[in-house]
Design a binder for this molecule. Structure first.
Ligand code: KMH
Ligand code: ZN
Length: 275
């Protein structure tokens, strides 16, 4: 059954420097403004990484809690905190993200080369994230950077049970140098593998950099949902830097409407995700 489109905005990430990408929202005020405007355009989920006073990625507990509270106060968006952090963040700090009690949190399903770095996600760490989210009533979004991560997810659910709320939602993060490519063929292959997961499993897709548009179009045509934002894409078109997250959300909303799968509002998104 075709549904409307869940649109997630990932406005900041941990990889781009404010000095190189001045439009990146790094302060709480910038994040809140972005969140409100993206919600008005049609986003229903916000995937959050925060920065410190020098605009460096941080997992500071006080800032995380203040960010969750402020987003709840100013928007109706589903607040999803990143437990991926930056590639340099230790596991303990990444697990402690859950103490900020977001609605959702990311849970990456395996280790992946990440450009010149390694994004480390050991099995025991994944199990810790999954089971702590079950205990705390936090809904995971399973991040899939490579096809084998779906096999790991099947194993995780078989051994440790369904996530809180009972619904499984994954995000295909495609086009990371070291992970699966951002192509239609790969998206279809990943979607086929969802057959091994619980019935009703839903997926979003994210194309990094220049794979953003092909992945968006492939996901819409395959019945999937969308994640866009400056975490993943800082070039709007050849030679044109992204001006704002709103520009990317507006483009995604336009594509979703053309596909006759208009954006889900936040209430519909909560229903879809089992929140
Ligand atoms: N920043 C990357 C190392 C997530 O948010 O869960 C990991 C990442 C995934 O962005
Ligand atoms: Zn992230």
């Amino acid at each position: 059954m075709t549904t409307g489109t869940l649109i997630t905005v990932a406005p900041t990430g941990a990889e781009s420097a404010k000095t190189e990408v001045p439009a990146l929202p790094v302060t709480l005020d910038e994040l809140l403004l972005t969140a409100k405007e993206c919600e008005a355009l049609g986003a229903s989920v916000i995937h959050v990484h925060i920065r410190d006073d020098e605009a460096r990625p941080t997992l500071d507990q006080g800032r995380l809690r203040a960010t969750v509270a402020a987003l709840r106060e100013s928007t109706d968006l589903i607040v999803q905190l990143s437990t991926g952090g930056a590639v340099t963040d230790p596991e303990g700090h990444r697990l402690a993200v859950l103490d900020a009690q977001p609605d959702m949190a990311s849970c990456t399903m395996g280790t992946v080369n990440f450009g010149d770095d390694v994004f480390l996600n050991r099995w025991e760490f994944i199990v810790d994230l999954h089971t702590r989210m079950q205990e705390r009533g936090i809904v995971p979004e399973y991040e899939i950077f490579d096809l084998g991560h779906l096999t790991a997810l099947r194993r995780l659910l078989d051994r440790y049970g369904l996530p809180h709320g009972g619904h499984v939602h994954v995000d295909f993060v495609m086009g990371v140098p070291g992970g699966m490519p951002g192509t239609t063929a790969t998206l279809v292959a990943a979607q086929q593998m969802l057959r091994d997961l619980p019935e009703g499993t839903t997926f979003s897709a994210t194309g990094i950099g220049r794979s953003s548009i092909p992945v968006m179009l492939a996901s819409l045509s395959a019945g999937g949902h969308l994640r866009v934002g400056m975490e993943d894409t800082v070039t709007y078109a050849k030679g044109r830097p992204v001006e704002s997250n709103m520009q990317l959300v507006a483009r995604a909303v336009g594509f979703a409407q053309l596909a006759q799968r208009p954006p889900l509002n936040t209430t519909q998104a909560r229903e879809l995700l089992g929140l």
